[in-house]
Design a binder for this molecule. Structure first.
Ligand SMILES: [Zn+2]
Length: 130
C-alpha cells in the first residue's frame, strides 16, 4: 500500500470519527441530576471537557452530558461522501494490483486530488500536489 493510500485512509477514518462524534441536543427540559433543579442554560467548555449548569453551577463531563441529553447526529451526506472517497481509494488499490502502478496514472491523479484538501496536514507530502 502506497504512502498516499495510507495517508488518505487515515484522513478518511479521522473524518468519519469526527462525523460520528457529532451530537445534537434533545429539545426537552434538562434537570440537573445532582440537585434536581431545572437547568435554564448550560455552558460546554471543550478546553476542560465539562459542562456547567446554570443557575445551580453543577458540573458534568461533556461525555456524560452528550450521553444523557443529546442524540448522535452524524450528517448522512458527509458519511456517504467519505465512503465514496474510500471506495475510490479501493479502486486505485485494485487497479494497481491488476495492472501495476504505471498503468494507474489517471487514478493516481484522482487520489492526489482527493488528498489536496489535506495539504496542510503534517503528514502530507509536497510530491503529492497535483
Ligand atoms: Zn445542580
Amino acid at each position: 500500500m502506497s504512502d498516499l493510500v495510507k495517508f488518505l485512509h487515515a484522513r478518511l477514518n479521522e473524518s468519519e470519527r469526527v462525523e460520528r462524534g457529532k451530537f445534537k441536543f434533545k429539545p426537552f427540559q434538562v434537570i440537573c441530576p445532582t440537585c434536581g433543579e431545572r437547568v435554564e442554560s448550560f455552558g460546554m467548555q471543550s478546553g476542560d471537557n465539562r459542562t456547567e449548569f446554570q443557575p445551580c453551577g453543577h458540573i458534568m463531563s461533556n461525555a456524560e452530558f452528550s450521553e444523557r441529553f443529546c442524540d448522535p447526529a452524524p450528517d448522512s451526506f458527509t458519511l456517504a461522501d467519505i465512503e465514496s472517497k474510500r471506495r475510490i481509494v479501493d479502486e486505485y488499490e485494485a487497479s494497481v494490483r491488476a495492472v501495476g502502478e504505471g498503468l494507474s496514472k489517471t487514478l493516481e491523479r484522482i487520489l492526489r486530488l482527493l488528498a489536496q484538501p489535506y495539504a496542510n496536514d503534517p503528514d502530507y507530502l509536497e510530491e503529492w500536489r497535483p
